[in-house]
Design a protein around this ligand. Structure first.
Ligand SMILES: [Zn+2]
Length: 399
């Protein structure tokens, strides 16, 4: 007995010795590497809109970015697993801030694999809020899924556009509190009086204001569906944080100025308007493009969002390339578009402190692409590696 105990102790020592010496690309069960990861030898596009930094080094540990620098400025810890990206481009994980069908494992895996590491679902129409948020929570446990930020249902008035009616300001306050209690990351409302060939009753201004006040008191943002400039005017007056869908009537310059004054963000969903215009032979895509052009040129803040799956028309699943190409056709520069897909997208997700840029202290959601997306945005289709919550979930170089 005594001899076998000694033998066991000896074997344990050998095993511990081997474990300390051997390096593995696989993270430990808590998702971290003992000594962290060092991403080296790439051009860093950090999501802030700054010029790319050559020979960048990013240190990652326990899911977070520990330090960002260059090969000359930053010492790599001796035990770190080095990922040499050989001159490729390093960016924050992209986001799609207007999707539906986000409560779906296959979709979330497709997004994550493509480099879209966060999506914001703006309207779950198929389950109760409680069921939806519990599905979200279980999907969040799988790191191969894109992070799901969820609004739950679409808040509206009785008979209105949406699926979660309120009857008065007091009822709006109670229901918004109820949604937040159930787990809503944000509140989505509809401000819409005519779409899909029919008229819809709308929330009153008092109801909209009560919804935004209630949400803001609990540190939640409010996104509003709109389609016309008059709805935008109501959204601004009502205290909404971001509007989704570019308006499809002429956007007055005065409203552009008003939005910028209020620091409101726009999620244009040009892919939706492209699809609808193709299907019904409309010019909404042309109007939306012109409006976005003037909004972006005036300095308006834009976040990428497509309305994936929100209508019967085609949508990209994965990297939202059609949206990106349409944004570029609307005069947005590659750097503006990358900021729209990272920093500004994180803002509308209310995750600006955690995500959207590659900076020390933020969650390590990082993608590596072969080509320079500032030269050609098609490079976003050349994803080599995806790091999500500090863990490599896609590595094209791996056997
Ligand atoms: Zn939508």
């Amino acid at each position: 007995m005594r001899r076998s105990a000694i033998l066991l102790a000896f074997l344990f020592l050998i095993a511990s010795f081997l474990a300390t010496c051997s390096r593995s690309k696989k993270p430990t069960s808590d998702g971290s590497l003992v000594d962290g990861i060092a991403v080296t030898n790439g051009y860093l596009i950090d999501g802030t809109g700054a010029e790319p930094i050559p020979e960048a080094v990013i240190l990652i540990k326990n899911g977070y970015i520990q330090a960002v620098g260059t090969e000359s400025s930053l010492e790599i810890p001796s035990g770190a697993d080095i990922i040499d990206v050989k001159g490729a481009y390093i960016l924050p994980g992209l986001m799609n801030t207007h999707v539906h069908s986000g409560y779906d494992e296959d979709n979330l895996k497709e997004w994550a694999k493509s480099g879209v590491t966060t999506v914001r679902d703006l309207g779950n129409l198929t389950t109760s809020p409680e069921v939806g948020f519990s599905i979200r929570d279980s999907l969040l446990n799988d790191n191969e899924n894109s992070r799901l930020v969820a609004a739950g249902p679409l808040v509206t008035t009785v008979g209105g556009y949406g699926n979660y009616p309120v009857t008065s300001p007091d009822d709006a306050e109670a229901k918004v509190n109820g949604l937040i209690d159930a787990g809503a990351d944000l509140i989505k409302i509809a401000i819409e009086d005519y779409l899909q060939g029919r008229a819809w009753p709308m929330l009153s201004m008092d109801e909209i204001k009560r919804i935004t006040q209630t949400a803001h008191n609990r540190n939640r943002r409010v996104a509003a569906h709109i389609s016309r400039s008059k709805h935008l005017y109501m959204a601004i007056q009502g205290g909404v944080d971001d509007v989704v869908h570019m308006v499809i009537d002429h956007l007055p310059d005065s409203l552009i100025t008003f939005m910028i004054e209020k620091d409101m963000y726009w999620v244009p969903t040009l892919e939706l308007w492209w699809g609808v215009s193709e299907l019904y032979h409309l010019n909404w895509d042309v109007i939306a493009k012109d409006n976005l052009q003037r909004f972006a040129q005036a300095g308006g803040k834009v976040a990428i969002g497509t309305d994936y799956d929100g209508y019967i028309t085609p949508f990209d699943l994965g990297m939202p390339m059609r949206e990106i190409r349409l944004m570029q056709a609307a005069g947005m520069t590659p750097v503006q578009i990358l900021v729209a897909g990272t920093k500004h997208a994180a803002h509308v997700c209310n995750l600006d402190n955690e995500l959207g840029t590659i900076e020390a202290g933020k969650i390590a959601d990082i993608i590596i692409v072969s080509g320079n997306p500032l030269d050609d945005l098609e490079a976003l289709l050349g994803v080599q590696m995806v790091i999500h919550n500090g863990v490599v979930i896609r590595d094209n170089g791996e056997d």
